[in-house]
Design a protein around this ligand. Sequence first.
Ligand SMILES: C[S@@+](CC[C@H](N)C(=O)[O-])C[C@H]1O[C@@H](n2cnc3c(N)ncnc32)[C@H](O)[C@@H]1O
Length: 324
Amino acid sequence: MITVHGLLGQPSLELRMTAASADWVVGGRRHLDLLEVPEECRITLGALRPAIERVAAIPSDQLVVVVASGDPLYFGVVRALKDEGLHPEVVTAPSSIASAFAAVGLPWDDAVVVSAHGRPLARAVNLARCLPKVAVFTSAENGIRELAAQLADVQRWYVLAERLGETDQCVRVLDAETAATTEPREPNVVLVLAAPPEQLDGHWSGGIAGAPRGPRPEVSALAAVAFARTLPEPGELVWASGVLGADIAAFCGWAQAAVLDPTTGATRTSPEVVVADADHLPDLGDHQPRSIVLTGPVPHHLPYGYRWRTETIGDTALTTGVLS
Ligand SMILES: C[S@@+](CC[C@H](N)C(=O)[O-])C[C@H]1O[C@@H](n2cnc3c(N)ncnc32)[C@H](O)[C@@H]1O
């Protein structure tokens, strides 16, 4: 039998007793030490996959306790166990994200949560560019300093919530300048906010968790077709310039995709979608965005690797390339 216990901070008496009676306890070294698990009963988590394969091979009459940080059902280990065909019992704990919001007294049903733990930071940065309340699971490489550096041109405040539940827990509200230079302790989560927490509570239409969308923008038919051909997703980056630039930016705001105009600088991050006039296609370097939209006369040389189509909307030629 497998039981997954969430843990944020000090283990409960119930978890201590369960771990003491288990044949195997699976967890990070920090958690196993905290529970004083004998060496011969430990499966220490480094890479997840080999540990789960070991758990799957344990006879079902043995008691396996998996200890995981926060809510194991939220960006947690239970998904990987189920992928392996295992059906653990789950004893949950509050997520570190929930605890961080609680520490600053901020509702979070309208927040977007994104993981940069073992993943690129771009999605978190792009979401924080266009949404007022973004919570980020961080890692040592992708944390508050990197977020603040990449968001230097946007006004944002940061909640750095370190070592939640531990005796040395620390939660601080930082301005952008301090966030860019602070030395965070692991583990931590970061909330990126459009205003200090006490100023951020506002009306929320409610009903569905996540950031509310603004009203649908009214835009030209040309922009509507260009948008439909590219369908930017939340957290994507769109380079938008030329005759469609403003309309596409309005659409992307609604779609929760970040927008930068490559002609005005600040274009270090690679885009997923590029919208431009054909005679001003920005330099893409080695990067291949997943879609390119060009207005005006069709260029003789179009980037390779795309399926191209040209259609005329009103009196303007619209050329769309989708990475094939
Ligand atoms: C794989 S995710 C697991 C998240 C977990 N399921 C949860 O609900 O909090 C690991 C990330 O959670 C965050 N985390 C875990 N424990 C934490 C703690 N005690 N304090 C602050 N952040 C924590 C860190 O961002 C860490 O990189």
